[in-house]
Design a protein around this ligand. Sequence first.
Ligand code: B4P
Length: 190
Amino acid sequence: MLNIVLFGPPGAGKGTQAVKLIDQYKLVHLSTGDILRSELAAETKLGLKAKRYMDRGELVPDEVVIGMIETKLDQNPDAKGFIFDGFPRTQAQARALDNLLSGKNTAITTMLALEVEKQELIQRLMGRGKVSGRADDQDISVIENRITVYNRETSPVIDYYEGQGKFKAVNGMGSIEEIFDRLCSAIDSI
Ligand code: B4P
């Protein structure tokens, strides 16, 4: 199986590139952000709980997102592989993902980490905020907090995969097609 963790700060292009990669490599796309937003739209108990965190740019508690990923893995027993987009975001999530995958006799193949300058992240998120209606993209202080939370809580996930020899940095500046070509080269070189 080809199991890819697509990593990067908010606005790095994870969701944008994941959509292209699943088409190219015929993988299943698992985005915790998308799952949380659909729970929120359906006004489920989980969605309403998550909203409190997402609106402030904080991480939703580990046990909530780990449970969601477990359900999605179980729903796709015949997948050729998965793209994990926006997950794991903490080392505890990374450990839980390893356990879930090893229970299915598979493992993460590689972590591809998109690297983008802070000013560009802010510009992209504010740009999306004008059209998406996403509350967390429309307020500069929430965007700044998401980047701070990323640096504090999520960036240590790099060390986790580096320790396993699975970390690959990918330049996330440039056009969507240029970045897609870099990601494909990184995958094809495995
Ligand atoms: P996510 O949905 O994962 O949001 P994101 O990181 O902001 O999005 P992404 O990185 O995919 O966006 P993209 O750059 O593609 O998370 C939202 C919230 O959910 C989190 O803050 C947290 O509260 C919660 N959450 C999610 N997962 C969690 C977890 N595992 N644990 C705990 N909490 C969790 O796109 C951004 C914009 O840039 C788009 O408009 C796009 O068109 C544009 N863009 C992309 N590439 C570009 C390029 N090359 N040039 C110009 N623009 C580009």
